[in-house]
Ligand binder design. Structure first.
Ligand SMILES: NC(=O)c1ccc[n+]([C@@H]2O[C@H](COP(=O)([O-])OP(=O)(O)OC[C@H]3O[C@@H](n4cnc5c(N)ncnc54)[C@H](OP(=O)(O)O)[C@@H]3O)[C@@H](O)[C@H]2O)c1
Length: 331
C-alpha cells in the first residue's frame, strides 16, 4: 500500500469476459463511504468462493471487490460513532456483493454497517469467526429462542467441517449440548472431536431417501447443507424440536412432507445474516466473545496471505476447505 494505491482483488465482468486478479488500485477509485477502514483481515466464506470463481452470480456491479466481511482499524470517519484508531468488524449488508468488500487493504463503509470489536477478541480472532461464525451464533440463538436447552437429546450440525459448521459445533458444545457432527470427511473426525463433537456421522446417513417420519433423534439441528440433508433432518427431528436452516452447500431445493410439522410440531427456522439489525448484531458478537473459547477459534482457523486467496476460493467451492480461512490482506 502506498499513499496513492492499495491492493485489492478486483473482479471485472462484462462483454462476455471475466477477470479476477489482485492488483494495485488507485485511491481515487475507492467508492465513497462514511468510514475509511484499514483492513487487517478478511475471510473466505462459501459465498466469496462463488463470487471470485464466478460459479454463481453473486456480484452486482463491475469492477467489484469481493469479500463479505473484514476487520480493521478506522482511518477516517465522517460519523460521530467512530473515530480514527477504533477497531471494527463488518459482515454482510451486501458488502463484497454490491459494495466493494474486504478482499482489499482499504474499505469504506456506512457507520451503521460496522460493529465495534468486542472486548476479548483480536481482529484476527474476529475474522476467525467472521460471517460464518456470526451465522452459526444466529442459528444457536434461533434454536434457543425456540426453547432448546442443554440436557436433552442430541443436537446435530451438518457440513460440520466447514466454516459455519465448525463454529456451530464449538458454540453448542461450549454451551453444554451433546453435539453430533455430520460430515462427508471422516478424516476430520479428530478435528471435530477437538471442537467438542461427541459423535461423528457420515453425511450420507442424513441425505438418503427415507420414510416421511423416522425415529426421533434430534432435539435440534444447525443445517448448512440444505437439499436432501435438510429433508432428512426434518424427518428425524424429535417432537417439538427445531432445525435452523442457514445454508445450501448441498443444494437449495427442499422436498419434504408436512408430517414433521403437523405430527411432531417440528419448526423450520430460517437464518439470514446479511441484513440483521445492528442491536442484534452487537448482541451476537458480544456473546461470541464471551462464550466461544479462544483456543477453539485458533484451532479451526488457518491464516493465508493475500496471494493464496484465488486458489482457496476454488477449494471452498469444491468442499475442500476445513474450518475458517482468514486472509491477511497485508501479507
Ligand atoms: N444464511 C446466511 O446468512 C449464511 C451465512 C453464511 C453462510 N451461509 C451458507 O452456509 C453454507 C456454509 O457456508 P460456509 O462458509 O461454512 O461454507 P464451507 O466452509 O464450504 O462449508 C460447507 C460445508 O458443507 C459440506 N458440503 C459441501 N458440499 C456438500 C455437498 N454437495 N453435500 C453435502 N455437504 C456438502 C462440507 O462439509 P463436510 O465436509 O463436513 O461434509 C463443507 O465443508 C453455505 O451454503 C453458505 O452459503 C449462509
Amino acid at each position: 500500500m502506498s499513499d496513492q494505491t492499495f491492493r485489492a482483488l478486483v473482479v471485472e465482468e462484462g462483454g462476455g469476459s471475466r477477470s479476477a486478479a489482485i492488483r494495485d488500485v488507485p485511491m481515487a477509485e475507492l467508492p465513497a463511504g462514511e468510514v475509511l477502514v484499514r483492513v487487517a483481515y478478511s475471510t473466505l466464506n462459501y459465498k466469496d468462493g462463488l463470487a471470485v470463481t464466478g460459479k454463481a452470480k453473486i456480484l452486482r456491479g463491475s469492477p467489484m471487490v469481493p469479500g463479505i466481511d473484514y476487520a480493521g482499524t478506522v482511518v477516517e470517519s465522517a460519523s460521530p460513532d467512530y473515530a480514527p484508531g477504533d477497531e471494527v468488524i463488518l459482515t454482510g449488508w451486501g458488502v463484497g456483493e454490491r459494495h466493494w468488500g474486504g478482499f482489499s487493504q482499504l474499505a469504506r463503509a456506512k457507520a451503521g454497517w460496522l460493529v465495534p470489536l468486542p472486548a476479548g477478541l483480536s481482529l484476527r480472532q474476529a475474522m476467525g469467526v467472521g460471517t460464518a461464525g456470526f451465522t452459526a451464533m444466529l442459528c444457536v440463538q434461533a434454536l434457543e429462542r425456540h426453547g432448546l436447552r442443554p440436557g436433552g437429546r442430541d443436537v446435530v450440525v451438518t457440513g460440520a467441517a466447514g466454516g459455519v459448521g465448525s463454529v456451530a459445533v464449538a458454540l453448542l458444545s461450549a454451551a453444554g449440548y451433546q453435539v453430533v457432527a455430520s460430515t462427508g470427511r471422516p478424516q476430520e473426525a479428530d478435528y471435530l472431536r477437538a471442537l467438542g463433537a461427541h459423535e461423528i456421522i457420515d453425511r450420507a446417513a442424513l441425505a438418503g431417501p427415507g420414510k416421511p417420519l423416522e425415529s426421533e433423534r434430534w432435539a435440534g439441528a444447525v443445517d448448512t447443507v440444505g437439499g436432501t440433508t435438510l429433508a432428512g433432518l426434518l424427518r428425524s427431528t424429535a417432537y417439538g424440536g427445531a432445525v435452523a436452516a442457514c445454508g445450501n452447500a448441498g443444494g437449495f431445493e427442499l422436498s419434504t412432507t408436512v408430517l414433521p410439522f403437523i405430527l411432531r410440531g417440528v419448526a423450520l427456522l430460517g437464518v439470514e445474516s446479511v441484513m440483521v439489525p445492528l442491536p442484534e448484531r452487537r448482541a451476537a458478537w458480544e456473546r461470541i466473545a464471551r462464550d466461544l473459547p479462544l483456543g477453539l477459534i485458533d484451532r479451526m482457523t488457518e491464516v493465508i496471505p493475500f496471494d493464496a486467496l484465488p486458489a482457496a476460493c476454488e477449494a471452498i467451492t469444491n468442499g475442500q476447505v476445513r474450518g475458517r480461512t482468514v486472509v491477511d490482506v497485508n501479507a
